[in-house]
Design a protein around this ligand. Structure first.
Ligand code: ING
Length: 312
């Protein structure tokens, strides 16, 4: 009997600055009900799912950005989402901006079981962009201004009959993200993202470039760790700024089993056989049999590039 986890990748279309949390939560609940009707047991929403992608906006006073953060989870405005999840017996994961009681700020995602209990939390480790307003850039990307790097590592939880871990957006581009979870036996990585199509860099990338790198990053992570990867976009034009879609699910062989081709609220539902991860973990990516950690030291000793090790 295959160990199936039927997951719904719940893409969100644009969220405008003017749209309040109750309106967004209503959209998320509608997606949850539709996912239930399509047989899903686990729904995954994007990064910063409750608000517009506010790190595109510069606030000289960081406290002004606190309007985009959640002080409690669930709070009064998100409680209906948890109530509906419990009513439907739906597990879920979503991202939000976390403001802790101590005043620390993280780009966070959570795992919530079918009873509505928060059983896991992850805080985004790889923060892209910059911390100060950069007048040379056409578009600001200020996650380093508004968030601290995550302090929880890359945990994996026993969840819904499998081993599930989380990542957030830029994390999906770094092989270390998947490998740390792979070394915990992860069978499904769920992640949300907000990826702008325009950038402030001099070398312009096309939308096709962005979509290629999205697929490449997710497929490689899935294949090289023999895990399912569920990658969910917030997409569309938010106050004139375009985020691309590309919501997809990759199987443990790295092949894409489904992908959305629009930029609105929408579902990609797939019955993921968690036992399909076994073959890769027992053959090509049997880490214990093939990895040679004595040669991997630089990966944790150096953050940036250092002197070459080759000697004449
Ligand atoms: N977004 C982007 C991402 O990694 C980015 C950052 C912007 C990457 C532009 C490449 C080009 O998909 C977040 N939120 O990490």
């Amino acid at each position: 009997m295959p160990r199936l986890l039927t997951v719904a990748a719940a893409q969100l279309g644009p969220i405008q600055k003017a749209e309040d949390r109750p309106a967004v939560v209503a959209r998320m609940i509608a997606l949850m009900r539709a996912a239930k009707a399509r047989g899903a047991d686990f729904i995954v929403y994007p990064e910063l799912a409750l608000t517009t992608f506010f790190p595109r906006w510069y606030y000289e006073d960081r406290a002004e950005a606190e309007r985009w953060f959640e002080r409690r989870m669930p709070g009064p405005q998100t409680q209906p989402l948890f109530d509906t999840a419990r009513e439907l017996g739906m597990a879920m994961s979503f991202g939000y901006a976390e403001l802790t009681p101590e005043g620390r700020r993280f780009n966070t995602s959570i795992l919530v079981d079918r009873s509505g209990a928060i059983v896991g939390k992850y805080r985004k480790v790889h923060l892209p962009g910059h911390a100060e307003h950069d007048p040379t850039r056409a578009h600001q990307h200020l996650e380093k201004r508004y968030f601290e790097p995550g302090d929880l590592g890359f945990p994996v939880w026993e969840f819904e009959g499998g081993l599930v871990g989380m990542a957030i957006c830029n994390d999906r581009r770094w092989p270390e993200t998947y490998r740390v979870m792979g070394l915990q036996g992860v069978e499904m990585v769920v992640l949300g993202y907000n990826t702008p199509t325009a950038n402030g860099h001099s070398r312009a990338e096309t939308l096709e470039d962005r979509m290629f790198h999205n697929r490449l990053s997710v497929q490689a992570g899935a294949y090289q760790n023999s895990t399912w990867v569920v990658a969910v976009a917030k997409a569309g034009i938010e106050d004139g700024h375009h985020l691309f879609g590309g919501t997809l699910i990759a199987g443990p062989d790295g092949k894409i089993v489904g992908e959305l081709d629009h930029e609105e609220d929408g579902l990609l539902v797939h019955a993921c056989d968690l036992d399909a991860t076994r073959f890769g973990k027992e053959t090509m990516f049997n880490f214990a049999a093939h990895r040679r950690v004595e040669h991997y030291g630089l990966i944790t000793q150096r953050a940036g590039v250092g002197a070459p090790l080759g000697r004449r």
